[in-house]
Structures are given as C-alpha cells and as structure tokens.
Design a binder for this molecule. Structure first.
Ligand code: TTP
Length: 372
C-alpha cells in the first residue's frame, strides 16, 4: 500500500564489548565489561550478555560490578576502534539508503522505503545488513523493522541480541495493545506510576483515554502519548541530527576539596572541549557556556550563561557559582557549550536566549563519558 514507510532501526549488541571480543577471541563466553578501573572510581560503559547475567549494567561503578562478578574482565575503552567500526557499519548502511539518522556510534534509523534492493523487502534488507556487519566488521547487530521510528526501535530490542523483529502495518494494533506503557519513549518512572494510578499498564488501556483527558493529565506530552499508544509516529528519519550541545567532563580519582582545586581543572577540560568544538564549528555557533559539578554525595548542579564563545574566565565564574551551591568535596567537573546550527550563509543568527533550568545534556554526557 502506498504511503506506508519502511523504517529499520539497527542497534549493535553490547557494542564496545563486542569489538573487544572480536579483537581478542579468547574472551568469548567470559564475562567482559568495558570501562574504568574499579580502583580508580571507574564506571562500566557496557558489558557483554554473560556479564549482564550477574546484574552488571552500563553506568554501574566498576567496583560494584567486580563485587557482583569477581571474575569480570574489565577492559579500558579504545574509542578510536569503536569509531572505526562505526564508520564501517555506516558504509554498509549506505549500500541501501542515504536516509540514515545516526543516534550514536552503534545505533541508527534507516528509511528504506525507496530502496529497490531485494525488491524493497525491508526484512531481507535488514537481514543482509546484519549479515554484512557480522562478516565485514565482526560483530552482531539487532534490527527492528516497522512503518515508523517508534515501533522500529522497540522491535530492535525484541529479539536482542543478534536478532531481528518486524512489525507489519497490519500487526500494529495487536502489537501495541499488549505493549507496557513503560516501553514508550519519554515514559519514565514518574509517568508510569501516574498511569498505574489510573489503572493503566498497557498501551491498549492507554488508548481508551481521550486526547483531552491525556492532555489534562500530561500536558503537551499527552498528545504524543495519544499517538504512540496507537502505534502512530510520523517523525521522519532525519539524515543529520542537530546537536544541541557539546561537553567534556572528568571524574577524579580523588575528590577535589575546594574552589581553587576545581578551577585548576578548567584548562585541561577546555583544551579538550576546544578540540572537539574545532571539528564542528563550521556547522555550529556557540550560544551558551555551562558547567556541571557533581559533589562527592552524587548531588549534581549545573550553571550556565549566555555566551558566544568558550571563555575560560566565564567557566571559572560558573565553577565558583556551582561549587558554592554545595560547598563540599567534588567528584566530577564538566564544562560545555550550548550550540545552534549556523544559518545557510554560515553566520550565527542567535544571541542565545537560555532557559534557566536547561539540564546538562544526557545524550552528550553518554557520548563523552570519561573513563579512567
Ligand atoms: P547501548 O546501545 O546503550 O548499549 P550496548 O550496545 O552496549 O548494548 P545493547 O546490546 O543492550 O544495545 O550503548 C552503546 C555503547 O555506548 C556501549 O557499547 C558503550 C557506550 N555507552 C557508554 O559509554 N555509557 C553508557 O552509559 C551507555 C549506556 C553506553
């Protein structure tokens, strides 16, 4: 039927750990994690499925992971290798479509609606992509195939690891009816428990509420919920994602005790931030500077200000402000910049209106997660 899109969501299985096992086959079958050292307050970036059986997961302290599984092998991340694998994977995607929306190094949406390979059969296209990545890059990938991004992303998780799952247009109603509301992107613990209080656990139950009721309970997100619980998602696959920010952060092996100690860390962080910024500055303008401080008790604060460049004095002032909010030892300092795309003529159009409570960008902090 015309108008039905074919979207594939590809997601590598335990990406960093798979690359490490590929490069050291002796690790196969053993519990393996990639992350920082347990002795230096490192955290786990990811772990293989053997390690997950012990309850280990991303962002867990490596020391905790080691306690859960004393034989866990923890490997220091080697980002260069992961980037290389990521571009090889993207080269494979490009054999089938140019409409690719990368979400991270190991995850992307592909719109293959107009692809003629395999007579346009998206299930065969996904199989071939997975097979090509396995043979050419040496790691496994899971894929979801569906008429939209929301369902394709859920489907790629359905048969993980090393599997694929397709949701045909005619199956959508049955599929979403049974889907727990917690699977909807944006439904976190708070929304899920508010829905549970209304007796709603599955999308089928959610679909019984009117758009007006949903908006009454959940504001503008209610409208989105109204669509998603019916399996409707018209968002296009966006070839290039617009970055909102860029940042670097560092967790210190020993807590920093005072303002001066924190400020002394700025030059190194700023060097790294400038380097990263230099790679994208032809596409983006800076609209604000921000600082993130995590105190020793994990309480986190962010401070930001409107700015059009990366100014070390401004960062120092923000660090002072942030530190004073907690006035206690600090385990992490991060600095970053809010970004705006350049206009078509390459100029910067924004003066940078900034909302006072803009949270530290989570996606970015995942990408730049620093591991010791
Ligand atoms: P994910 O796609 O979230 O997870 P994964 O590929 O490791 O495992 P899964 O099979 O469940 O999809 O993350 C991709 C990579 O990003 C991951 O291999 C390591 C890195 N990463 C971090 O560095 N920090 C994090 O907190 C997370 C979640 C991931």
């Amino acid at each position: 039927m015309a108008g039905i899109r074919k979207i594939i969501h590809c997601d590598c299985d335990c990406f960093y750990a798979s690359i490490e096992t590929r490069d050291n086959p002796g690790l196969a079958g053993l519990p393996v994690a990639v992350g920082g050292s347990p002795r230096r307050r490192g955290v786990i970036a990811t772990c293989n499925y053997e390690a997950r059986r012990f309850g280990i997961h991303s962002a867990m302290a490596s020391a905790t992971a080691r306690r859960l599984c004393p034989e866990l092998i923890i490997i220091k991340p080697q980002m260069e290798k992961y980037r290389e694998a990521s571009s090889a994977i993207h080269e494979i995607f490009h054999r089938f479509t140019t409409i690719i929306e990368p979400l991270s190094l190991d995850e992307a949406f592909l719109d293959v609606s107009d692809c003629k390979v395999f007579d346009g059969d998206a299930v065969l296209i996904a199989s071939n992509i997975r097979h090509s990545i396995e043979t050419e890059v040496g790691i496994t990938v899971s894929a979801g195939i569906a008429p939209n991004k929301f369902l394709a992303k859920i489907a790629s998780d359905w048969q993980k690891p090393n599997g694929q799952f397709a949701i045909a247009d005619t199956d959508i109603d049955n599929f979403v009816k049974q889907l727990p509301v917690s699977r909807i992107f944006g439904v976190g613990k708070v929304t899920a428990s508010r829905l549970a209080a209304l007796g709603i656990e599955h999308c089928g139950q959610l679909a019984k509420l009117s758009a007006i009721d949903l908006t009454k309970h959940f504001g503008s997100f209610g409208e989105r919920l109204y669509d998603l619980c019916r399996g409707i998602d018209n968002r296009p696959v966006q070839v290039r994602r617009i970055r909102k920010s860029i940042s670097v952060e560092h967790t210190f092996a020993q807590d920093l005790q005072g303002i001066e100690d924190c400020k002394n860390r700025i030059p190194n962080l700023l060097d790294e931030l400038r380097l990263r910024m230099s790679k994208i500055e032809s596409d983006y303008c800076i609209s604000r500077q921000f600082v993130k401080i995590k105190f020793h008790d994990f309480v986190t604060t962010t401070v930001e200000t409107v700015s059009q460049n990366l100014n070390s004095e401004v960062f120092a002032r923000l660090v002072e402000q942030g530190f004073r909010r907690g006035n206690r030892p600090v385990r992490l300092v991060g600095i970053g910049a809010g970004l705006e795309p350049r206009t078509a003529t390459g100029s910067c159009s924004v003066a940078g209106e900034v909302a006072s409570k803009t949270p530290f960008p989570q996606e970015e902090s995942q990408i730049i997660l620093k591991l010791e």
